[in-house]
Design a protein around this ligand. Sequence first.
Ligand code: G6P
Length: 617
Amino acid sequence: MCGIVGYVGPKSTVDVLLGGLKRLEYRGYDSAGVSVINHQGQLETRKKAGKLTKLVEDIEKAPLGESNIGIGHTRWATHGAPTDGNAHPHLGGEHQKLSLIHNGIIENFSELKTELLLQGAVFASETDSEAAAHLVAAQYAKTGDLTESFRTVVRRLHGAFTILVVHEDEPGLVLAARRNAPLVIGLGDGENFLGSDVAAFVEHTKRAIAVGQDEIVILKAGSVEIENFNGEKVTHEEFTVDWDASAASKGGWSSFMAKEIADQPQSVGDTLMARVSSDGYVNLEELASISKLIPNIDRIIMVACGTAAYASEVGKYAIEAWAKIPVSVELSHEFRYRQPILTPNTLVVAVSQSGETMDTLMATRYAKEAGASVLSICNTQGATLAREADAVLYTHAGPEVAVASTKAFTAQITAIFLLGLHLATVRGTQPKEDLQVIGKELLKLPGDIADVLTTTDSTRALAKKFKDARTVLFLGRHVGFPIALEGALKLKELAYIHSEGFAAGELKHGPIALIEEGQPVIVIVPSPSDPDSLHAKVVSNIQEVKARGAQVIAIAEQGDAEVSKYAAEVIYVPAIHKMLAPILNVIPLQIFAMELAAAKGLDVDQPRNLAKSVTVE
Ligand code: G6P
């Protein structure tokens, strides 16, 4: 976790660093800090426990000197409590001329720390990262060559790290290294940037390079060199960031989450763009690199964590129904430890907004080593997952800043639907015309989402009504089941309310015992036109819980008269193809969780204990 930013160039470094950290705060917000080398050649460091605003206030009260080089960090605490002392940067060397920031975990830090303590190093924090600062400083004291010393030290570190270093003796140089943690370079004109992802610098430049595994960056205002840990030069292709810088700002909304929920007509539309023709024909050119495999795929395993895993669960129903390929969904952290059976005809689909979730990355590496092919569905250009996969299908949700995922979720489901239709088309598993009918329905989604977003008053009122609920249950069936799980997750994440999602068919096998007078139960109701009569079954479930005192809130299709007879409240969404309904059904659940958390006075963008991108195992 943690966000890192580095800058060298003519702009006000403090402004660039704080701006970058603001965009990276989703990666952790336990503390923040910056180091700059001022125009007098002195290193100045400021760090504060708490959210970035604390650091900003502190710097406003006592500004740092003018400078053209610096590094910044926003922390999600692993080793050591979130205090000022444990905040990054960490200083090294007898005269504390070196400053270092770190994202990741240095697994052998305790051995390194013991060695340093024996040499007389004095530690100011409980972090693993500080050991690296002392090590580089000690090595530099011996060799007098900062880059060489940095290279030597990173070779000794085990675990996951992106590390940035500046030193008073080299006031025009930022050194960076990465292993198992993200690092992207932003290329400017007479200035250059480093960031955990492109959001850190997209307001300044859209030209970027993704740094590879075990590589070092030597960053100066007028040059960027990349080399491997042995000092051999490496080159990577530059790419253009397609995110709009303004998309990463709140733009007048009360929270990033509110904005991102409202972005969904656009993000789903952008994800569909150029992939579905107006007559509903789906073609994914991005899959060219795995085109030979497609006719032979005999199994798909989707790996993901959190919300991305629920998006995958929805996708499982669609891909199996359309492309007739068996699909299983696995939490990435479970997948690789149970020795899954993978063959060259297995397609592993890794779904991740950030493309940096460590468990998902490790799952895909495992899959590749075992001979399977990996397709990643990812929202972040240049992310590690995108680079390591055999093919990438980008979601075009734009930057998602709020920790709880909303627009990335609906964009992920959209992308998986496209994948299902593409596979079905190529493999000829359904008549083309039938697939085109679904393709055309997909094109209706942006408009339908916009409709859902214009009728949210009753959802907002319900959220306020249930603000003191101690537990909320969610029920769904078929594609509504993962939506019940996602609705429950949103409420846990944002409002810290115990909530659980169940498959409605499972109700009588246990969960119904939880129902008592007044228990709120949110039910995702399938369309009354469902050919498998799932609607009737779910309406029966509503009656069963109602009979035991539950207060039922139903999410149902417009015109569903039956459900209103039993549910205390009904939130209606437009009718759409039954497989696509999750994208509309989840929106009231997102709004419910957000409004309920806001009614409790909680920070909906940065819920306690969480980080958006879990880059450690
Ligand atoms: C964290 C976030 C979730 C996210 C999950 C997977 O738990 O809080 O919102 O769904 O990670 O993230 P990814 O970037 O892999 O989609």
